[in-house]
Design a protein around this ligand. Structure first.
Ligand code: ADP
Length: 288
């Protein structure tokens, strides 16, 4: 099973080109779609979920033509949209049961087993009688995954899932996604580089609707191996360093800027080499 995206383009009526000739081949496993805010991630996700049409291009999931066979796609799709936070006051169990009815699981006993299995899988079985409204952010996201898993989907789309989660919740959510990624194509959109580095076997970087990188996180990191250097500088010196060097990132450490630069040769001047990392690669690629 492969998700194939072929020459996808979309321009909104306000003239913004949100997708610009995107082509990608995505195998089973966790795929990270990385890009800054406004890059076009949600547009791509909604298009893959057949919720919105592109101007041009084709998408197929195995034998399903996503843009032409929407009903076929929806039978094998699990979608966790951004800000999935509009819940009635029902308990987790009742809500899942209801959603399973909507997804066509009509047999009562089968449905009960499915709902219990899903609650176990996302580790919410003990909280099944609590209202989803009262859940923490992480619990809501895990519930969101449980509903997305009804019907044993082959394509699972999760849009910015870890925004607002604390580190513990994020970890639990990561583990759950890694587990799901063993049997399905899971696309995870995020602007958090850490999510992709920790989780994804393949990734893409997009910006302004354009595909800037597709491949493994390791290969992306290898591109800058031996070419990154750092040093602490004085605050007032930032602009002179900006003129002289290709700064990829800058962070404040105890009130002093620590800059990372890209350079083919060792720049001396108090710089020392650092290991290549996905965060710097990401900034370098979207700046280019
Ligand atoms: P991301 O998910 O990466 O933040 P989006 O796909 O939401 O990016 O947006 C890509 C670009 O398209 C942005 O410039 C955004 O303002 C614009 N955009 C998104 N949705 C619409 C819309 N319905 N109408 C007009 N412009 C839109």
């Amino acid at each position: 099973m492969m998700l194939s995206i072929h020459k996808l383009s979309k321009t909104y009526t306000n003239g913004i080109k949100a997708l610009d000739n995107i082509s990608l081949e995505i195998p089973i496993g966790l795929f990270g779609l990385l890009g800054p805010n406004g890059a076009g991630k949600s547009t791509l996700m909604r298009t893959l979920a057949s919720l919105q049409m592109p101007d041009e291009g084709k998408i197929s999931l195995g034998k399903i033509d996503i843009l032409k066979q929407k009903n076929e796609l929806r039978k094998v799709l699990g979608y966790l949209p951004q800000q999935f936070d509009v819940y009635p006051k029902s308990s987790a169990q009742d809500l899942l049961n209801h959603l399973a009815i909507l997804k066509g699981v009509t047999h009562k006993k089968e449905r009960k087993e499915l709902v219990d299995a899903l609650l176990m899988r996302v580790n919410l079985i003990d909280q099944r009688k609590q209202s989803v409204k009262s859940f923490s952010g992480g619990m809501k996201q895990r519930f969101g995954i449980a509903q997305a898993l009804i019907g044993n989907p082959k394509l699972i789309i999760v849009d910015e899932p870890t925004a607002g989660l604390d580190p513990g919740e994020r970890n639990r959510f990561y583990n759950l996604l890694a587990d799901i990624g063993q049997q399905a194509v899971v696309i995870l959109s995020t602007h958090i580089v850490e999510d992709v580095r920790e989780l994804c076997s393949n990734m893409a970087i997009i910006n302004q609707g354009k595909l800037l990188y597709a491949g493994t996180p390791q290969n992306a990191i290898a591109q800058l191996e031996g070419k990154l250097f750092e040093r602490k500088i004085q605050k007032n010196d930032i602009s002179s360093y900006q003129n002289k060097y290709d700064i990829v990132s800058s962070r404040m450490i105890a009130g002093q800027p620590l800059i990372h630069i890209h350079s083919d040769v060792h720049p001396n001047e108090g710089f020392h080499p650092i290991k290549s990392n996905l965060e710097d690669v990401f900034f370098k690629i979207i700046k280019a």
